[in-house]
Design a protein. Structure first.
Length: 248
């Protein structure tokens, strides 16, 4: 589904939701005032990562600037939202995660801050990171690299540090940390495609987690996890793959 097609679907859902329950007008009517998906995303970023009206307007303007300069950011957001609906069996439409899933908004705020970082505007990029961390309890460094169809499920307590790399179709649950080791700050973890990082998992150091690997809840991973394997425990040990054993 293209960003334009998704935008039309969201408008239809918003109209139907407001007609069915006027109480939703306060939270969803802004969608009908926007001209495209980028406008909705910019509004949501401003509303969710700041309290002061002046700051909200500034962050929304910055997001619109980013989307105008790099429309692929809106396409990435569309892919992210579609992935949530596809992977979360409790969701039956686009409107609920768009309005209520703070992980989705935090990821889109990161996409804007990453654009600022690449445009050599680090101060504003870091300001956006700080604002999102304060309001959403999700901290993603602007220098991180993140693919599309990424799902930050529940979201609270997620930390993705500087230089970390996260592939397409990754699912990250609450209280997950992905960070560099203090003894090697120039290198950061690389998370492959389709990886599941369960609640409370910590991935730290210069390591790779292979495609479609699964990291168990509360696991501490400090060395590579091969593609398709499951890692559980503290320290993490491998299961469900040919190289099962302790990661050391």
């Amino acid at each position: 589904m293209t960003a334009g097609e998704l935008w039309l679907a969201i408008r239809r859902e918003a109209e139907a939701a407001i007609a069915a329950d006027p109480f939703l007008e306060a939270s969803a009517a802004f969608i009908l005032d926007q001209g495209d998906l980028g406008g909705v995303l910019a509004f949501l970023i401003g509303r969710h990562i700041s309290r002061a009206e002046e700051d909200r307007a500034q962050f929304a303007r910055t997001a619109r600037e980013a989307y105008a300069a790099e429309p692929v950011l809106v396409d990435a957001a569309a892919t992210d939202l579609t992935a949530i609906v596809r992977r979360d069996p409790a969701i039956t439409g686009f409107l609920p995660p768009l309005l209520n899933f703070k992980g989705f908004v935090a990821l889109q705020a990161w996409r804007v801050s990453n654009w600022l970082w690449r445009e050599d505007r680090p101060d504003l990029a870091l300001m956006m990171q700080s604002a999102a961390a304060d309001q959403l309890q999700i901290s993603i460094h602007p220098s991180a690299r993140i693919g599309t169809a990424v799902f930050l499920d529940h979201g609270t307590g997620i930390i993705i540090g500087a230089l970390a790399s996260v592939g397409d179709e990754v699912t990250i649950l609450q209280n997950v940390t992905i960070a560099r080791h203090q003894d090697d700050p120039r290198r950061a973890p690389k998370i492959g495609r389709g990886v599941l990082l369960s609640a409370g998992a910590t991935v730290i150091g210069h390591l790779s987690i292979g495609d479609f690997a699964r990291i168990g809840a509360g696991a501490l991973v400090t060395t590579d996890v091969p593609a398709g394997c499951t890692a559980v425990g503290v320290p993490a040990r491998l299961t469900n793959c040919a190289e099962a054993g302790t990661l050391s």
